[in-house]
Design a protein around this ligand. Sequence first.
Ligand code: F6P
Length: 494
Amino acid sequence: MWTKERLQEIIATKMSDYTLVVVSNRQPYSHVLKSGKVICQRQPGGLVTALNPVLQATQGLWIGVGMSPYDQQVLDASGKVRVPPQGDNGYWLRRLFLSKEDMDGYYYGYSNEGLWPLAHIAYTRPNFIESDWQAYQKVNRMFADAILQEVGDRNAFVWVQDFHLTLVAKYLREANKPNIVTSLFWHIPWPNSEVFRICPQKNEILEGLLAYDMLGFHIRYHCDNFFASVNRELECRIDYERRSVSIQNHETLVRQFPISVDATYISQEVEQPETVERCNHLRDHFNIGDRKIILGIDRIDYTKGIPEKLKALNRFLEKHPEQKGQFSFLQLGQISRIHIPRYKQLNDEINALVEEINWKHSEGTWQPIILDRSYIDQADINALYRMSDVCVVSSLHDGMNLVAKEFVACRPDLNGVLLLSEFTGAARELTDAVVFNPYDTESFADALQMALTMPLEEQERRMRRMREIVFHNNIYRWAGKVLSQLLKFEFQEI
Ligand code: F6P
């Protein structure tokens, strides 16, 4: 099995000449004020979950966008801070700061009102606005400048993350730096070419991506969609054998790398004796008593299918009134991208549904849904996975979804049922989950009943197989595969 130590060894032997630089919009840690003290908080989202252990293993540099004045206060003269603050697994974080205007155009606008809905096809219309595109280009250039400044003449492997930064490699290449090898990992789905063609900047985005030396997607289907878009829009040579695209004498490899988590570490963490205390505390905190728990943890986003989940719960209670009072449906998740009207509307919709369903099905002091949007630290999240009977991932479309993999990693007891939308990348690997269509309320409701009543032996059988997969395809194997492809050394299964 791939481990942190194995990855460290590979980096020491095969990459000793290279500096690893991870670049993303979302920074892994943020400094915030809590009870009058500045503390360092890990950030939500799959990207941070996956890459944080890789950076800890490799001691590289991470470049991301700082958000708060406290993020700025803690930086040294070169704009960097060491994270996480405790332990000897730290690495350097360089923060870039954007004006409100740039943030609006680049992040809220072009990235999240344009590319995000375009890629997810979750029936939210993409908006492409010229001034947002201008800001997007400007900020991508700022990232490229920061990379050039950090790397200098050293050999560097610059590993860019996600749809916010499609143009960075193009700007790096303009600076004519053969010492920099680049790769971009696309964490979300790549849509089919019919959908992608509506993007007014489709050629610029594709040409930007083809300036990278390698592109990574979670699954083969997204790679194939990318090839189809390139084939339709650009004059270039696609080599389906090598799985690469060549344009203007530059070849870009296109590969699938299903992302994952550090399953061994997570599993060991939840086996610590204090997890029991945490679980008891959380039961009290949410006033759950000894009822069963159905858990949902999602960033509040319309792609996650939260209203669909609530509607299915309503239908489930209509069909199975005998389940009233037997469980609590705990829906957690932080608000995100709230300056975008569609996200505000989603929040209102969720509030209204929770209110309505709780009113309709409540009995005495019992209400089916507990909704909590506050920040919960990773140890508490792991405890919640550990103590839940069912975990529901209902994404309408998701590149991978690491909540599903974290839940499995947190179940060394082999109990618990994973309900997993068929439209997640994770559903291709975790075939022992109860896989369902979140758009189909009736069968989603039936899946909830099946999960709550599944015999223990069947839970164990399914969980054992899912754990084998998540432990084998772990985050270090993912990173090892990316590095071996790009730096052209042989990848070995362990
Ligand atoms: O996984 C997709 C992604 O957009 C990541 O790039 C990001 O870190 C995460 O979701 C959370 O989104 P945001 O940073 O916009 O809150």
